[in-house]
Design a protein around this ligand. Structure first.
Ligand code: AVJ
Length: 330
């Protein structure tokens, strides 16, 4: 296939330094309130578990967003137009982008970015044969950091960002603002107009519905949460006993967010990379935030980042929203 390129940006990582994962785990377990960034859930087993979550009856976001995309494909395509390069942030299994590429008239390029490089590369290969006229350039990297992107495709009129799934919910409002500003910089080009960001955002709703989505009866979300400890054991030579921690997820109405934690069932000491960390009984590791927005609240955030909220679609139960944020010329 000659329309597919894989780009691995070289990381500045001297050999005697631990990996970013090791550094963040160490800092997170040493802190007074223990916490590990949610982006580390996605090793290959974690990515698989997340795909299982997306198919759970209680987890409404994935299927609701798919339906919103399908039901409004013609209108979305008319707004975005032809000859764009789609830049996807956190492409994962690269499934939803098919709906967009199928809807758009003559898409020129697809540039998925994901922290799980091997997973993404495998996921994208079938796209290269299915969309032979789309130039696909895979970037393995962390889009929450400043990431060098290849120059825009010469045959593309502009870049359009795609950030589905409410991944933005993992960021605090401050981090979300920083992400949006960074995305604006990556998508904007001095010559072309028409750029923008198509972004899926989970909505504030009945806390019981939210609670069920993060406490599924099959226990897949619990396994997804606990897999983080398994990953630490394997990659950082840890000795976490997975049976000594409980999955705990709840909705925090004041902050409009689900919090996920791993709670220590008893007092214990855990060793990771020869460092010892002690846990009191009931002490938790905060592993994820998943923020929910009102439509107006999200539009306000987008405007603050320099976008012009130009359209929004939702489902009939107002569970989930898809926003088109236009990017005014610089
Ligand atoms: C991928 C961040 C959107 O917050 O709903 C699913 C991750 N965590 N179940 C979410 C997740 C637990 C998911 N995001």
């Amino acid at each position: 296939m000659n329309n597919l390129a894989i780009l691995w940006p070289r990381e500045e990582r001297p050999l005697h330094h631990p990996t970013p994962f090791g550094r963040d785990v160490h800092a997170g377990l040493r802190a007074g309130a223990k916490a590990i960034p949610a982006k580390y859930f996605y090793d290959s087993h974690g990515s698989e578990l997340f795909e299982q979550i997306c198919r759970l009856p209680e987890y409404y976001p994935t299927r609701t967003e798919r339906k919103i995309l399908l039901d409004n494909a013609a209108e979305i395509a008319a707004i975005i137009g032809a000859d764009v390069e789609v830049v996807e942030f956190g492409a994962g299994a690269a499934e939803k982008v098919r709906l967009l590429l199928d809807a758009l008239p003559r898409p020129a390029g697809y540039l998925p970015i994901d922290i799980s490089g091997p997973h993404l590369t495998a996921a994208v290969a079938p796209l290269a044969s299915r969309y032979p006229d789309v130039t696909i350039r895979v970037v393995a990297g962390d889009f929450t950091q400043a990431l060098p992107l290849p120059a825009p495709l010469p045959q593309a009129r502009c870049r359009v960002g795609f950030f589905p799934g409410s991944t933005i919910g993992n960021f605090t409002p401050d981090e979300a603002l920083a992400f949006l500003r960074n995305a604006a910089t990556m998508l904007r080009s001095s010559t072309a107009s028409g750029a923008g960001l198509l972004i899926g955002v989970d909505l504030v709703k009945d806390p019981a519905v939210l609670h069920a989505a993060y406490n599924d009866s099959a226990g897949v979300t619990a396994a997804f949460n606990l897999n983080l400890l398994q990953r630490i054991n394997r990659e950082l030579n840890g000795d976490f006993d997975l049976g000594s921690f409980d999955h705990y997820a709840f909705y925090q109405p004041d902050q409009h967010r689900i919090e996920m934690h791993l709670v220590s069932r008893h007092a214990q000491v855990v060793t990771v990379c020869d460092q010892r960390y002690s846990f009191a009984a009931g002490e938790s590791i905060h592993t994820e935030n998943s923020y929910k927005y009102t439509p107006a609240g999200f539009r306000q955030l987008a405007e603050k980042a320099g976008f012009r909220p130009a359209a929004m679609w939702t489902d009939e139960d107002s569970l989930f929203s898809l926003h088109w944020l236009a990017l005014p010329d610089a």
